[in-house]
Design a protein around this ligand. Structure first.
Ligand SMILES: [Zn+2]
Length: 282
């Protein structure tokens, strides 16, 4: 097993991905205008926050079209550049996923993208062969207890972390998204920024415990949780009021990230997968 560390990931998406209200908007100019420069402005402060720590940054591909310098800067800073999707919407359906993968093919090839994080951490079993064919090495698109790296059609799945209050689940069949079913089975998805927003200190304690036990937990943050978009709640409008479950995602988590980087070793997910496969192959 590779040395224990926090596998730090950022799903780099426009602020409006949070509300789902704009999923059906297709005009790239309209979408870029709605983002209002946020994804461009947030990058430098986020790279500063990360400092010398390296993370996995799963990019929404349309951002690479709006600002080609964003993937360049992420890669130049030494981070892993992964794919979150080309246009943010649910991609559990494999036909939708296939379309989305072909839309991102050019920039993925340019940057040798090998890691995939499904939007809303929602994936189907049928997605794995598609991802393999599109050149991916691994996916991190289900919730499951730390230490569950496993093989799926010649592709690795490295889940976003949960803490299992009862027995570890014996079956890890996709989809395994954040749901009441997951919670009812006694799995606390502490790797979700929802949980980090609600209980940052508890999540830090869990991370410490997991690392002591030899695990490498996977956690997710979003750009709008580290750099607050101007007038964020006003921009979210009635969605913020009518969907109280969005609230934890709107909380600033830069203090959490600073504490995390001060006290824990971190690495991108791809380092872990490559170290793991090197150790098992040799
Ligand atoms: Zn997302």
């Amino acid at each position: 097993m590779p040395s224990p560390r926090v596998l730090l990931s950022l799903d780099y998406e426009p602020w409006f991905a949070l509300t789902r209200r704009y999923d059906s908007w297709r005009d790239p100019e309209q979408r870029r205008a709605l983002d209002g420069g946020f994804t461009r402005q947030a990058l430098d402060p986020i790279l500063d926050l990360l400092g010398s720590a390296r993370a996995s940054i799963y990019l929404v591909g349309e951002i690479a079209e709006w600002y080609p310098e964003i993937p360049q800067q992420i890669a130049a800073a030494g981070h892993e550049l992964g794919l979150h999707c080309q246009f943010h919407r649910p991609l559990v359906d494999e036909n939708e996923l296939a379309l989305d993968l072909s839309a991102s093919a050019v920039w993925r090839a340019l940057y040798d993208v090998r890691g995939y994080r499904a939007p809303m951490v929602g994936i189907s079993e049928a997605a794995y062969p598609l991802l393999k064919r599109a050149g991916f090495l691994y996916s991190s698109s289900i919730y499951a207890p730390s230490g569950s790296l496993h093989r799926r059609n010649d592709l690795w799945e490295l889940p976003v972390s949960t803490l299992s209050l009862f027995q570890r689940p014996s079956q890890l069949t996709a989809p395994r998204h954040f749901s009441t079913k997951l919670l009812a089975a006694g799995e606390v998805p502490y790797g979700s920024s929802f949980m980090i927003g609600l209980m940052p200190n508890l999540v830090l304690k869990i991370l410490e415990r997991e690392i002591r036990a030899g695990f490498s937990p996977v956690i997710i943050l979003h750009p709008y949780e580290l750099v607050r978009p101007q007038h964020f709640l006003r921009r979210l409008g009635r969605d913020a009021a009518s969907h109280p479950l969005l609230f934890p995602f709107t909380l600033n988590k830069s203090a959490f990230l600073k504490t995390l980087l001060k006290h824990f070793p971190v690495s991108p997910l791809i380092d872990y997968v490559q170290e793991f496969t090197f150790n098992t192959d040799h």
